[in-house]
Design a protein. Structure first.
Length: 118
C-alpha cells in the first residue's frame, strides 16, 4: 500500500487542522494505519492509529482528547483531526501502514509539516 499525507500548514495556538492520508494499492481490510510525528531535534513518536475494519482507534496520551483519527472507506483516506493545537505539536506528521499481524509499520509516506505558532 502507498500512503501520502497532506494538509499541513502554519496555524496559531488553539487552532484546528485536519491532515489527510490517501491510500492506494491493495485493499486495507487487514491494515492498521498509524500517524506519527517528528519534532525538530526529537525522535519520531507515535500519535495514534486506526484499524481499517472495524474502525478501532488508539491514541498516545499526549494527544488523547485533542486528536481524532477517522477514515473514509470510499475515498481510502485516513484523517487526523487536530484540535487545540499548541506549539509543542509542531512537527512533521507521517502516516504509515502495517498489516494486523505485523509489529512494524512497513509502508511510510512522505510527511507533511505542521507548524503551530504561539
Amino acid at each position: 500500500v502507498q500512503l501520502q499525507a497532506s494538509g499541513g500548514g502554519l496555524v496559531q495556538a488553539g487552532d484546528s487542522l485536519r491532515l489527510s492520508c490517501a491510500a492506494s494499492g491493495r485493499t486495507l481490510t487487514n491494515y492498521i494505519i498509524g500517524w506519527f510525528r517528528q519534532a525538530p531535534g526529537k525522535e519520531r513518536e507515535f500519535v495514534g492509529n486506526i484499524r481499517w475494519s472495524p474502525a478501532i482507534t488508539k491514541y498516545a496520551d499526549s494527544v488523547k482528547g485533542r486528536y481524532t483519527i477517522s477514515r473514509d472507506r470510499a475515498k481510502k483516506t485516513i484523517y487526523l483531526q487536530m484540535n487545540s493545537l499548541q506549539p509543542d505539536d509542531t512537527a512533521i506528521y507521517y502516516c504509515a501502514g502495517r498489516i494486523l499481524a505485523a509489529d512494524d509499520y512497513t509502508s511510510w509516506g512522505p510527511g507533511t509539516l505542521v507548524t503551530v505558532s504561539s
